[in-house]
Ligand binder design. Sequence first.
Ligand code: T46
Length: 135
Amino acid sequence: MEVKFIEFDIKGDERGKLIALEQFKNIPFEIKRVYYIYNLKNNIPRGFHAHKNLQQVAICIRGGCKFLLDNGKEKVKDIILDSPNKGLFIDKMIWHEMYDFSEDCVLIVLASDYYDESDYIRDYEEFLKFQKGEE
Ligand code: T46
């Protein structure tokens, strides 16, 4: 399974650094929602779901964490996200887990749609059935 990172241009000068995120430019979809996750515990993983239709880009704008991505056939573990100029593309129907958060981790996520709990598949067996087109 290909893990797709997006590298963002850094506009830097003597005052500091700036990164711009723009839909259909460096983000491959219309951005309808942005959320962020912080105040995390190193030993408490999150995620454990896939989305039926949602596409997302996750960026650790501070600190770092690891991701597991799973397309139902192949799992890629320990994907490190630890830089404000590196985005991880999470396509629809990819089971994902986040873990090993640094104490200062701030994970920002850009999403292609509004929040909709019915788009989540939170049961792994159900995810596998969906992938096989059985549901
Ligand atoms: C994802 C990973 C990367 C909302 O009310 N609105 C929102 O936009 C979101 C994202 C969540 N929520 C509620 C739903 C739950 O009651 O916030 C609570 C925590 O959400 P969840 O347990 O799904 O959080 P994570 O960190 O496991 O997953 C989140 C996103 O929900 C998910 O879409 O792909 O981050």
